[in-house]
Every structure is written in structure tokens, then in C-alpha cells.
Ligand binder design. Sequence first.
Ligand code: DGT
Ligand code: CA
Ligand code: CA
Ligand code: ZN
Length: 608
Amino acid sequence: MAQISNEQISEIFESIGQLLELKGENVFKVRAYTNAARTLDAFRGNLGELVAEGRLGEIAGIGSAIADKITELVNTGELQYFNKLKAEFPAGLFELFELQGLGPKKIKVLWEKVGITSIAELEAGLADGRVAALPGFGKKTAENFATAIASRSKHAGRFRLGSIAPDAERLLEDLRLHPDVLQVSIAGSYRRRKEIVRDLDFVVATNAPAEVSQFFITHELVESSMVQGPTKSSVRLKSGIQADLRVVKSAEFAFAINYFTGSKEHNIVMRQRALNRGWTLNEYRLEALPPPPAEDIPAVPPEPVKGKAKAKRPSKVVAQPIPEIREERDLYRALGLDYVEPELREDRGEFAAAEAHTLPDLVELENLRGTFHCHTVASDGRNTLLEMADAAQELGLEYLGIADHSRSSVQAHGLDEKRLLAQLAEIRELNATFDGFRLFAGVECDILRDGSLDFPDEILAQLDYVVASVHSAFGLSETEMTTRIVRALENPHVTMLGHLTGRMLLIRESYPVNIPAVIKACADTGTLIELNANPRRLDMDWRWWPLAKEKGVRCVLNPDAHHTTQLQYLWNGIGSARKGWLTRADVVNCLPLAKIERVLQTKRQQAR
Ligand code: DGT
Ligand code: CA
Ligand code: CA
Ligand code: ZN
């Protein structure tokens, strides 16, 4: 069973608090749940482990009633108390809670006074003025509701790669194990490792389509099925994402995964290249073009899928013999191309490079020898130095950089000079006990509003490296923000720039900043740019790495781990690095221990 996440449990407690408030329960009871929700949302530990060891009581603020509910959720994935509570309310009511600015008090009024129990009914009530006329609501409130509805539909149906990866991998694995499945692949934006995915696409080769489709639509992760046909099934998963399954014959598999991996833009060029050779390419096969059409028929073969056909049949082609195609690689070869990795299939230069044999040899997870930017209990992390070091060694890493928050990040329990230097001493001591592994002592130093750093140079100079990050004053203008960051980069002790844009995927946009100017400043000062692999960040965005590479700026792939298990975030980051055309030479933490030490010192030494 896929384990329920801390985030999901937190959401359930949040909902319980809201429903109790809606029922008019006393504030203390309500608060117990909303506080627990907040605690669990920030909690980075493994609840399953704590439940198994009976140690939930160790989490501050979790009393025994809540602990029992967490235990039930972890063990069964459900909570009877919550199910019963929910049943007391109309089902549509829950979506009202998803609207920003609409809390239990207002929902209670909407429900009791005008019978509104869903977003659709709220829209109707806004349109006919019933909502604005309610006591204590008014025109302004009504406008706010309308804005909230609009922004919800903007994000609806979008998922972060990292949050749906467990579902995707589980389904993939279960399909792979099915006895009737001959071949299976995930396709679509997930296979291309896009940071945001709208739906999951699976392609299966089988001689038993009905059995495989039935297995898919009745899978444990599935909530409801929308389409079940001989070649295509669509379901909604419990996590909210839609998943499509295409069923093909073995001989069609290479074509199907190529087509359904996309991107659409990539497919259009593939199709054009086929036409140029006198062939037509679709999701099932590559075949010879039918004889040239009569003049009154448009000279474009029918598109397999609705949408504008951009590929054009050339006027004169001598059809070439069609080579045998067993796998995607053969298809690319037939079209005069080196094999293009899925991450690069965005029509952003991959065709020219594949033709010229200059595609990059993309970095792989196994190439990483260490990583930087990890937090410990000293600031807002959950594990000790030693636990983090052990976890890194277990993953086979040769080094791990510790970068706890600096003093100005008060809410993250940032370190002052004294605590930072104490940690430095502790790291030096620990290092004496390791064999073939090293901890690097760093800090995630706040870039203050004016671009100065949170610690004086004589402190920074004692550390092995410094990650400089913006955590405050996001409201500056683009010019001010850019100047602020560039000033920080000019400090010789700033080894790397943390999460360049501050974006939180699907939560918060980047602050305004001139990215090319920052990249240039990194090039000028010899500063590394972080690819923050936290699934909510993936920052700097993959679209900018080719520019960084062109300017000679190297990447450092960091998990921003606040827990030993979050070293796994590197998986997210590697997908983005690959989308950014990066090779192992572009990612400094592919270097072995003996070489990385020099890289960390280069900028400082040049400044001397
Ligand atoms: P998303 O929105 O995150 O699901 O992104 P994709 O790329 O997974 O898009 P999806 O699921 O709509 O379709 C999967 C692939 O199928 C897509 O990447 C390319 C291919 N495809 C879908 N519609 C068309 C089309 O109209 N023309 C072409 N050439 N390819 C298409
Ligand atoms: Ca998709
Ligand atoms: Ca799809
Ligand atoms: Zn940070």
C-alpha cells in the first residue's frame, strides 16, 4: 500500500477543523485540529516509522487523541471519524473550502441562508446578486469570490512532478508485473520530466487488451473511470490526477510511446521529417505515403489526432524504403537523427543537434558524487549532522554539504555566529572519524535587502562554502532585486546562488528578477548556480540552463533536504538538469571528493 503522506494527513486535519467550525463546535476543539494540521505540514519526519515505533508523542503539540487518528490514517489510509463527519454535509460543500478567502463562517452563511453548497451554485449566486445581498458580504466580498474561483480553475488539473511520481511509478510497476503486459512505458509530460504535469499517459503492448484495461481501471489507486475502450482507457486517480492508458500491439509500441511522449511540437517535426522521406508517421506505424492526391484534395495527409496539422507534404519526394523499426532508437535513425532522450523532446534545438551528432550526453543520477545545501536540527532540519552523513553514505555519496539557515531567517531558527562556528567545529571533528567521506561546512546565508550578506566576511571565510539565498523582501522591483542579488554574487565567499527565483510551483510565482543579468553576474564572478531539487522549487528553471552553460556557468544540484529521506529529491533535480541539456561536466557535484574541494576554493582564490 502506498503510504499516506504527511501532507495528506495534514489536509485531513485541516478539513476536520473546518467542518467542526461549520458545525459550530467550540474553538478549542477546532484549534486542536488546525494546529495539528500545521504541525504535520511542517513535519519532515517519517510518520509511518514513528507510528510503528509508538513514538508519535515525540512530536511537539500532538496529543493522544490526534496521535490515535494519525495511527489509523497511517495504518489504514482512512479515518472513520472523518468519514462520518463528512457524511453530515453536502458533498459539494468541500470544494468551497478550496477557494481562497472563503472560510467556515462565510460558508455556513451561504449554506444556511441561500442554500449554496458548491462552486457552481456560488457562481450562480454571484451572478444573480444573491451573494452580495447577504448581510456582512457586499460587493467587495462577491468580487473576491469571483477572483478566487478564477484562480482555482487556473491551477486545477495541474500537478507537480514530484507529487504525482509515487502514483506514476506504482502504476507503471504494477502494469509491468501484469502477466498479459508485454511492454509498458510511461509517456507524456511525465516521461519528459516536465515540472508540472496535467495527466499521466501509459502505453502498453499486449495481446489481451480487455484484461489489461480492466486491471487498469480497477487499480487500487483509481477513484473513478471515465473511458474504457479497446484501445484507450481514462481514469481519475484518488490523488486527483487523470491517467490515460493506450493499448497497442507489440509492433506498434515504439511508435505509440514516441507519439504519446510528445511533446506535440516535437511530434510535428518528426512527422515532417517522415513526410520529407515519402513516409507518413502516426502513433501506430510508419508507412509509405499514398500516391499523390488529385488537385482538388488538400496535399496534407489526415492528422491522426484532432488539432492543426503543421506538417506539410513536400511537393516532390522519392519515397525511400522503410527500414524495420523495433524501438524508438530505430525510428530516430530512420529519420536521420541520433536518439533524442525524452527530456529533450520540446523542439528547443534537439533536431539540429541530433542531425549534427552534437546532442549532449545527459547527466544521470548515478553520476552524482555528493551534494550541497542540506539542513539539520541546528536550523529547520529534522536530522542531526551524523544522521545526514550516514544517509548520504548509504546513498553512496562521497561528500555532503551542510548549509543551515543564517540568523536573519528567524522562523527557520537560523544560526548566529556562535552556533555556526560550533557547528563548524563539530563537522571538523566528525570528519576525522569518516573514511572516504566528508562533510563540508557551509551555510545558507540570507541575502539581505540591500544585497549584503547575513554574516561578515571573516566568518564566511572560515567555512568551506556559502550558499547565498533570498528569503525576504520579495516585493522589490525587478531592478532592485537584480541589483541586490548581483551585489551578493560579488562577494568572493559566495560559492553558489540558492533557488534563484524563489518560485514555489503552483503556490507562488517567482519574485521579479532579471535572470540573464544574474547568469551573467555568475559568469563574471565565478559563482555556481544551484538547481534546487526540492519538488516545489526546481529552481533555476530548466529553460535557463542552456544560457548558463553558454556563459560558462556551472550547475550545482542540491536537494535542499530538511530530512534524511529528502536526499531523494535529487531524483527530481536530475530530470530538470537533463531537460536543461546538462552533462556531468556541467554539474559540479559529479566531481569526486578530491576535485570538488578545489572547485569550492576557486572563486575565493581568484579574488585574492
Ligand atoms: P500534459 O498537459 O502535462 O499532459 O502534457 P502531455 O505532453 O503529456 O500532453 P497530453 O497528455 O495531452 O498528450 C500526450 C502526448 O500525445 C503529447 O505530448 C503529444 C501527443 N499529442 C497529443 N495531442 C496531439 C496533437 O494534437 N498533435 C500531435 N502531433 N501530438 C499530440
Ligand atoms: Ca499527459
Ligand atoms: Ca493524456
Ligand atoms: Zn532557502
